[in-house]
Ligand binder design. Structure first.
Ligand SMILES: NC(=O)c1ccc[n+]([C@@H]2O[C@H](COP(=O)([O-])OP(=O)(O)OC[C@H]3O[C@@H](n4cnc5c(N)ncnc54)[C@H](O)[C@@H]3O)[C@@H](O)[C@H]2O)c1
Length: 316
């Protein structure tokens, strides 16, 4: 078995690649990927949205007898997607179109797609099920929803076997050298502030939640990587009742609860600066996980403390 992992030098992709070992063939343009994360693996530097990408991807699939693709390569900054929507569509949708066309030509029929909880938008429910109407509120989320439609339509047209994994808030590190190097999510943002000797900023304390801060569903990146392995196994079975799965813990933690865990793990009793809430942040975004638990036999193992501790150890 040989699995092509796009975005394999990225934070999540490198964890997936590490679990697949030498079965993984990495494609990455290294715009955000780090070469040392995938040392020892077959690696091709390639922008999947470039003009010659389809042919190069097809050749790579044939050369390595690829049987499945895990597609993580994408631009993922929400604010940037609002400012440069056409570039997000070119990269995320154009790149995926090249990839699917290459798979079709090379006869590669198995596909796992990195989707996102951003497809749901601002749902007004305790926890979201996969059947909820998706109403993304920014171009990033839209590219993820369109990506799901693209794989669904390829399934109808030429029999692609596919799984969409809608990740919730990914954090932690399975191995210190694979840690998240971007300072874009709550835990890395707080760590960066602490390292700089500054007070971490909290956006919004007057949301309609018990402590006023936003509630999110955190999943350890290694647990998430294991969900990809489970999805690849699922694609081998003849009965596949579902193609879209939430990947989360099934329970929510507020920003202030995460801050408390960070205080406990780091041993630092720091204060935070509370700023106004940001437009477009849903007060609560938590996954229903019964579908993935029952169908893929996957569930999270790591607690929020495990997540924070692994991320802290990776940068200490
Ligand atoms: N991190 C999260 O919390 C989160 C949540 C939901 C969904 N996702 C999705 O998971 C995937 C991986 O995210 P990540 O957090 O590991 O991000 P990341 O930026 O670390 O990884 C993305 C990788 O893709 C590569 N890449 C980007 N565009 C490319 C292109 N056109 N051609 C080739 N390579 C390209 C980058 O160099 C990088 O190595 C993305 O699709 C993202 O949208 C992430």
């Amino acid at each position: 078995m040989s699995v092509l992992v796009t975005g394999g030098a990225g934070y999540i992709g490198s964890h997936v690649a590490r679990l697949l070992g030498t079965d993984a063939i990495i494609v990455d343009d290294f715009s955000a990927g780090i070469e040392t994360r995938v040392r020892g693996l077959v690696c091709e530097q390639l922008d999947i949205a470039s003009a010659d990408a389809q042919h190069r991807l097809e050749a790579l699939m044939r050369k390595h007898s690829v049987t499945a693709v895990v597609h993580l390569a994408a631009r993922k900054k929400v604010g940037e997607s609002v400012e440069q929507p056409e570039w997000y569509y070119q990269q995320n949708i154009g790149g995926m179109a090249n990839l699917l066309a290459a798979m079709r030509s090379a006869g590669v029929m198995n596909f796992v797609f990195s989707s996102s909880a951003a497809t749901y938008g601002m749902p007004d429910v305790e926890s979201v099920s996969e059947d909820l109407d998706c109403r993304p509120i920014n171009p990033y989320g839209e590219t993820k929803l369109i990506g799901e439609w693209m794989s669904r339509d390829a399934a109808k047209a030429w029999g692609l076997r596919h799984v969409n994994l809608r990740y919730f808030n990914v954090a932690g590190a399975g191995w210190p050298e694979l840690a998240d190097s971007a300072v874009a999510n709550l835990i890395p943002i707080v760590f960066a502030a602490l390292k700089a000797g500054e007070k971490p900023k909290v956006f919004g304390a007057d949301y309609p939640t018990p402590d006023g801060s936003c509630i999110r569903d955190y999943v350890h990146v290694l647990d998430l990587a294991k969900a990809h392995v489970a999805a690849l196994e699922y694609l081998r079975s003849d009965t596949r009742p579902h193609s879209t799965f939430n990947v989360g813990s099934g329970s929510g933690s507020s920003v202030f609860e995460v801050i408390d865990v960070i205080r406990e793990v780091t041993g630092q009793n720091f204060e935070v600066d509370v700023l106004p809430g940001r437009a477009g942040d849903p007060p609560r975004l938590c996954a229903q996980v019964s579908r993935i638990e029952k169908t893929l036999g996957w569930r999270t193992e790591a607690t929020l403390t495990d997540i924070v501790r692994s991320a802290w150890q990776a940068i200490s």
